[in-house]
Write a protein that binds this ligand. Structure first.
Ligand code: DQA
Length: 149
């Protein structure tokens, strides 16, 4: 069974509380339950992780690499816009990564339009709320299926 780590970066533990008009009213727990249920349907073993700390996210990526995980879904929160360390961590591990944002970062503040982490990922999904994680799981699943053929 393919193993996927789903990483939520800073402030995403406050989803459902913070700016619900932008990020939606559902909590991270609600969102994670939905992710885990979709993963089960697809036959993927998914694990969820959240941290407000850049180093903890890097440690998690490296740990999952060492454990032989097959893919990453990551919402790096505001780190997206300036963390070269996170870019390098994603680029340095042996797992395809999909970047997800709840909001459409391209139609918000100027500073959000740039992602320094996306170039280390196979793709970016943004603007579809929590459904973005479902799309990302399906994108990775299709990739896993294609690898078999
Ligand atoms: C976010 C977008 C970021 O710009 C912001 O800093 C977040 C959440 C999103 O999911 O839309 O914390 O990653």
């Amino acid at each position: 069974m393919k193993k996927v780590i789903v990483i939520h970066g800073p402030n995403l533990n406050f989803t459902g509380i913070r700016e619900p008009d932008i990020y939606g009213g559902r909590t991270l727990d609600d969102i994670n339950k939905n992710i885990l249920s979709e993963a089960e349907t697809l036959g993927i073993c998914a694990e969820v992780f959240q941290s407000n700390y850049e180093g903890a996210i890097i440690d998690k990526l490296q740990e999952c690499h060492m454990l032989g995980f097959d893919g990453v879904i990551i919402n790096p929160g505001a780190f997206t816009h300036y963390s070269y360390a996170l870019h390098d961590a994603i680029a340095g591990v042996n797992m395809p990564a999909v970047e997800v944002h709840l909001s459409n970062i391209h139609k918000r503040d100027e500073f959000r339009r740039k992602s320094v982490t996306a170039p280390a990922c196979i793709g970016q999904i943004c603007g579809f709320g929590e459904y973005g994680y479902i799309m990302a799981l399906n994108a990775l699943n299709t990739r896993f299926e294609n690898e078999k053929n």
